[in-house]
Design a protein around this ligand. Structure first.
Ligand code: PBG
Length: 327
């Protein structure tokens, strides 16, 4: 063949060696950009495995300290703490009790790691209520937005008293960021930041989390969490939270909402976080356990896709593992 029609423009040139591929890689994934969610169970005497989240446990107070120390030496950005109380009631009283599990856990972890990690608290009532909703209910059994706001303010004060660095309001009540910002400021905690769960969707992928926090939700969360069909609304929620004083806004879940992450990233001028949630974790772990996908590359590909979509910060149960894989 005399004049073979060969391409002169060849994208493959930049894929030839590992060094070339490293040189042109657009998206980074670093331990400092990752937050590790951790569960701690009141009264537990040994760590309890969560069957739907292989590799994740409900910690004892002692094992939580060890996990936090490990996260600090791995150079993670921080940890997000979830408390599992022994007793739940309609009002979620355990959330406000200074001796309640989440409050003591915040103090334990701060005592263990100091400023080596950013310690974030999940600020929500669903772990503490016997009905499993993120707020208190009115006489008709509906989640009462404004009555819940007052409780969130008290919860923020309790987390501050325990020494938290950042609170993560996740209940999707209207006005929650504004109320929590005032509560923090009035408590003299103007340095404590707010990581707002802003665009949070009513998702089937929260399933394993319910086991993680022993929650038996009555009904569903569709009157306060968003409809998965809505992306514009996710941007609106994020903009509202920024206006109310959020320091970081979050999109959750991550994988089924990568477009929302991108839209929010383009719309706000604060850092954007995304939560790679329990069901997304479980999907990969379950398929890998069957030998259907290659687990480690799947983990890195998942986390990289969330960063590529526009998340500056990723909440992931694989934070430690990913750090090892990157190392
Ligand atoms: C609310 C909260 C939830 C998760 C984080 N914070 C549950 C929900 O809103 O239904 C889910 C996290 C996950 O599934 O990994 N406290």
């Amino acid at each position: 063949m005399e004049h073979m029609d060969v391409p002169s423009i060849r994208p493959r040139r930049l894929r030839r060696t590992p060094a070339l591929r490293r040189l042109v890689r657009e998206t980074s994934l670093e331990p400092g950009q990752l937050l590790l969610p951790l569960f701690v169970r009141e009264g537990a005497t040994e760590p309890l495995p969560i069957s739907s989240m292989p590799g994740v446990v409900q910690h004892t107070r002692e094992s939580l300290r060890k996990a936090a120390a490990e996260a600090a030496s791995a150079g993670l950005g921080g940890v997000v703490l979830f408390g599992v109380p022994e007793r739940k009631d309609a009002f979620g009283s355990g959330a406000l009790d200074p001796d309640g599990i989440l409050n003591v856990a915040i103090a334990d972890v701060k005592d263990e790691v100091g400023d080596a990690l950013t310690v974030v608290s999940d600020l929500c009532l669903d772990e503490f209520t016997d009905h499993g909703h993120c707020g208190v209910l009115d006489d008709a059994g509906q989640v009462d937005n404004d009555a819940t706001l007052a409780v969130y303010g008290d919860m923020a004060r309790a987390h501050v008293a325990a020494g938290v660095d950042m609170v993560g309001p996740s209940g999707m009540m209207d006005g929650q960021v504004r109320v929590i910002r005032s509560a923090l400021d009035e408590a003299g905690a103007s340095d404590v930041a707010i990581l707002a769960y802003s665009a949070k969707y009513a998702s089937a992928f929260y399933g394993p989390f319910r086991e993680a926090v022993d929650s038996s939700l009555q009904g569903d969360r569709r009157t306060y969490q968003q409809d998965g069909a809505n992306a514009v609304e996710g941007v609106r929620e994020a903009l509202l939270d920024v206006a109310e004083g959020a320091d970081i806004v979050m999109v959750k879940p991550a994988l089924a909402y990568l477009d929302v992450i991108r839209r929010v990233r383009d719309a706000v001028d604060v850092p954007v976080a995304a939560y790679n949630i329990s069901g997304e974790y479980a999907m990969v772990e379950a398929a890998a356990a069957q030998g259907w996908i290659d687990r480690e590359p799947a983990i890195l590909e998942t986390l990289t896709s969330i960063r590529r979509a526009g998340a500056d910060i990723v909440l992931t149960y694989w934070a430690l593992e990913a750090t090892r894989l990157l190392g």
